[in-house]
Design a protein around this ligand. Structure first.
Ligand SMILES: Nc1ncnc2c1ncn2[C@@H]1O[C@H](COP(=O)(O)OP(=O)(O)OP(=O)(O)O)[C@@H](O)[C@H]1O
Ligand SMILES: [Mg+2]
Length: 349
């Protein structure tokens, strides 16, 4: 299986060409030290980064911060970094040389916390000349440790290049605070590579080529229906193709399964808001039901079910939903960004 294999792509032959984003990433990495790759869920960020890195044959370390606990400690970050390094021979060599240097240095009188930091800084320094990919980096904001300072340290004192990516784009920028004069990363030059859904023509081409790879012939109407329902999101198109090729499910059933998956992810994300969660759910249900909702519709709707909500609480809630990528605001109205999630909210939230 090529295009429709479900995991993030790593090989050029499985990767449906994203020429524009590919060359943007190439230019950005050649020109500068820091690239921010953004795009909502399932737009293909990880696949673009991994395939590009493998193809370019540069040394790189890929950190998937989704694997970290919900509150991130420096130690869990270090464990992830070390685990990734052990996946290739140069990483193992690097860790070995660092460990033996550490033993020789012995107890150099640092307190435990500082020692952890010293050790990670040494590892990062030793990555000289390679690329550090930090995927889903917005999760690093949930920490007592200032990971933005760590990134600034890497930027300022090493020749390690950084690719920072995340699907919760607003939260990612809230973490990086690149435009905030008070923040450690302020003033550092960076480029953004932004991924968007495929155009209708490209999405069609992707489905047709993927089906050809599976030797499948599908009624034109099924393809048109999928294009209508999946909105050019490459992850959903892949899911659809994979399910057609392997499951023998009807297209309606596939949308249904996908929407349950999307709602499960949403529910997990909303847990973050604790006691405030019912209001978030209500705001999403109203938006999904109306298709697009105004501020007043949202306020009235939430109050009708859950009692008074102040303007500042509502604006905070909408900002969080927007920065997490669940909704967008267009011409004063809020809409769901993902048609499959909308379907899921209508039936399963
Ligand atoms: N260019 C591509 N060619 C073929 N398949 C792709 C491509 N980009 C993404 N996919 C497929 O789409 C799905 C989502 O891709 P990927 O995980 O790279 O996206 P993402 O933006 O990192 O998603 P998330 O935000 O969930 O981490 C995967 O099944 C992947 O195999
Ligand atoms: Mg990803």
């Amino acid at each position: 299986m090529n295009y429709f294999s479900p995991e993030p792509k790593k090989r050029k032959e499985d990767f449906f060409d994203m020429e524009y984003e590919w060359s943007a990433l190439d230019r950005a990495l050649k020109k500068g030290k820091m690239v921010v790759v953004t795009g909502l869920r399932r737009y293909g960020k990880t696949s673009l980064i991994m395939t590009y890195m493998n193809e370019s044959r540069k040394k790189y370390v890929y950190l998937n911060c989704r694997l970290l606990p919900s509150v991130v400690s420096l130690n869990s970050f270090r464990a992830l970094l070390e685990e990734e390094l052990t996946k290739n021979s140069w990483g193992i060599r690097l860790l070995r040389s660092l460990k033996s240097a550490e033993v020789q240095l012995g107890g150099f009188g640092l307190k435990v916390g500082r020692k952890g930091e010293e050790s990670i800084l040494r590892t990062l320094k030793a990555l000289e000349g390679s690329v550090l990919v930090i995927d889903e980096a917005q999760t690093l904001r949930m920490s007592a440790y200032r990971f933005d300072s760590l990134l600034a340290y890497i930027f300022d004192t090493t020749d390690v290049k950084l690719i920072i990516s995340g699907s919760e784009v607003g939260l990612l920028y809230r973490f990086l605070r690149l435009e905030d004069p008070e923040a450690p990363l302020y003033g550092r030059t960076y480029s953004e590579v932004r991924l968007n859904p495929l155009s209708r023509d490209k999405a069609k081409e992707f489905l047709i080529l993927g089906l050809e790879q599976e030797n499948m012939v599908v009624d034109e109407r099924v393809i048109e229906d999928a294009l209508e329902n999946l909105d050019g999101v490459i992850g959903w198109l892949t899911y659809f193709g994979y399910s057609l090729a392997t499951g023998g499910l009807s297209h309606e059933k596939i949308y249904e399964k996908a929407s349950i998956l999307a709602v499960d992810e949403l529910k997990k994300a909303l847990k973050l808001y604790g006691a405030g969660e019912p209001r978030y759910s209500e705001a999403l249900k109203i938006t999904a039901t109306l298709g697009s909702a105004t501020w007043t519709e949202l306020k009235t709707g939430i109050e009708a079910r859950l009692g008074k909500i102040t303007d500042s609480t509502l604006s905070n809630l909408l900002r969080n939903l927007k920065d997490s990528g669940f909704i967008r605001k267009d011409e004063g109205k809020y809409t769901l960004t993902d048609p499959i999630l909308r379907r899921g909210i209508l039936t399963h939230l």
